[in-house]
Design a protein around this ligand. Structure first.
Ligand SMILES: Nc1ncnc2c1ncn2[C@@H]1O[C@H](COP(=O)(O)OP(=O)(O)O)[C@@H](O)[C@H]1O
Ligand SMILES: [Mg+2]
Length: 176
């Protein structure tokens, strides 16, 4: 799973370890072709998407996991003269072609025109090719539309079922 980009922290997590109401939600989400997981920081979005991905891998699917900020840094890194990787557009297309892709934490990156364009290309390709995509974000779809790009939000609205994981910070909650 590490090879497909899953975060080490959640690789050991299984369906049985997540909160009971989320286990039910997970079963429903397994059949969706797109998900937009929203909720405040610590509500469990990254964890939930990783466990979901793990279940899908168990079903034989090829699932990739990528944090959006990391992706954008790597895309910009292709400008370095020592970079072995083609160019920024090719790198985005490479990610856009993954059979099943989990994109973690959209909307937390600093938004420049370049970021907006890169994410538009990525999302639009997946939209046009009808490829299953899970996106997590601290922002609601409406906030994402205002902060990032209304064209991206509009495509995501059509591609994804929105699931709100709420506003309880499980990081704090766990310590109590
Ligand atoms: N479904 C869950 N059941 C129990 N604990 C959870 C669950 N999801 C997350 N946690 C705990 O809360 C912490 C934060 O989860 P995380 O997925 O990183 O939140 P977010 O991505 O929404 O900021 C995790 O490190 C984990 O300890
Ligand atoms: Mg997260």
């Amino acid at each position: 799973m590490q090879r497909w980009g899953f975060p080490q922290r959640f690789i050991g997590w299984t369906r049985e370890m997540i909160l009971p109401h989320l286990q039910k939600l997970l079963d429903k989400c397994l059949t969706e072709s797109g998900l937009y997981l929203t909720g405040t920081a610590g509500s469990g979005k990254t964890c939930f998407s990783a466990v979901l991905g793990k279940e899908l891998i168990r079903q034989g699917k090829e699932v990739w996991f990528k944090n959006i900020t990391d992706l954008l840094f790597e895309v910009k890194g292709t400008f370095d003269k020592d970079s072995k990787i083609f160019n920024d557009y090719e790198m985005i297309c490479n990610w856009a072609a993954k059979p099943y892709l989990i994109l973690d934490d959209i909307g937390s990156e600093k938004v420049s025109e370049y970021v907006r364009q890169s994410l538009y290309v990525l999302i639009n390709k997946r939209y046009l090719d009808d490829l299953p995509t899970v996106i997590t974000s601290n922002l609601t779809m409406q906030e994402l539309s205002g902060r990032l790009d209304d064209r991206i939000a509009s495509r995501l609205t059509e591609m994804c079922r929105t699931v709100d994981l709420g506003n309880k910070d499980l990081r704090v909650y766990k310590q109590k």
